[in-house]
Write a protein that binds this ligand. Structure first.
Ligand SMILES: C[S@@+](CC[C@H](N)C(=O)[O-])C[C@H]1O[C@@H](n2cnc3c(N)ncnc32)[C@H](O)[C@@H]1O
Length: 247
């Protein structure tokens, strides 16, 4: 008797625990969770994502009249904080390659004064040297070609311009890692599955954090792309880190 080979269902999403490998799979994943991402980010970080973004804004020391680009802006949470700082003479552009996320951003009333541009962070559609500040929050870790995104960031900054990058980083404290691993590998995907009916994006999240370079290695990667004097600001036991540097 010949065994009937079962047809593998077409897999638009990822295997459990698998890191998306192409720009397309990352984009599709963010498109699928766009309506829930604001809620889930606050839920899973116990609201700390908002504090970390505010810390980045304080660190950026944005002056009235400056031109700011927020890449991987998603639903615009960081862009809304930035636009309050630039005043009427300044401007904020939010860019992301996920139309679904930016459609949500544009509907928020706080979106007034922000231009949203559909763009891959690794191929920015802006001239050289036009922005005073470039920011990215919880985005660079997801960009498939991180070096290209860093080089593009450098290119679009004015000489002396600042780059501030906030992302989730794997904590180094030995006492914390068992709790962190349990929470991120077990609790988060299980809760996400109840809400999204798939645990794929929140299996990807802890994987992507572990795949992200250490703070020291990422600082080096930033400097390898032309930036100077990168400084590293770990927050909340190193669960999140701000990288700050200059062109
Ligand atoms: C976790 S969300 C962060 C959104 C927002 N910055 C915030 O603070 O909440 C990551 C965003 O990065 C975007 N992203 C990932 N890779 C990208 C790329 N190569 N180019 C542009 N956007 C990208 C995704 O579409 C998603 O909206």
């Amino acid at each position: 008797m010949t065994k009937n080979k079962r047809q593998e269902p077409e897999r638009a999403s990822l295997r459990v625990g698998e890191k998306p490998r192409t720009t397309e799979t990352v984009r599709n994943m963010f498109a699928s969770i766009a309506p829930a991402i604001d809620f889930l980010s606050s839920l899973f970080s116990f609201g700390m994502d908002a504090l970390w973004r505010r810390k980045l804004v304080a660190q950026a020391k944005i002056k009235s009249g400056e031109k700011v680009l927020d890449t991987c802006t998603g639903t615009g949470k960081l862009a809304f904080l930035l636009v309050k700082k630039v005043g009427a003479q300044g401007s904020v552009v939010g860019s992301d390659f996920c139309q679904e996320a930016m459609d949500i951003a544009k509907k928020k009333t706080a979106a007034a004064g922000i231009s949203f541009v559909l763009a891959d962070a690794a191929k920015l559609p802006f001239d050289d040297g036009v922005f005073d500040v470039v920011t990215v929050a919880f985005g660079i870790r997801n960009v498939v070609d991180t070096s290209a995104a860093l080089r593009e960031t450098y290119r679009v900054l004015k000489p002396g311009g600042r780059f501030l990058c906030l992302d989730l980083t794997y904590p180094q404290a030995k006492w914390l890692t068992p709790f962190y691993d349990f929470y991120s590998f077990r609790i988060m995907p299980a809760v996400a599955k109840m809400i999204l009916h798939t645990d794929t994006p929140y299996n990807y999240l802890p994987q992507s954090i572990r795949a992200f370079p250490s703070a020291g290695a990422f600082k080096q990667a930033i400097e390898n792309c032309g930036f100077s004097n990168a400084t590293v600001h770990p927050m909340t036991f190193g669960i999140a880190t701000i990288f700050e540097t200059y062109k």
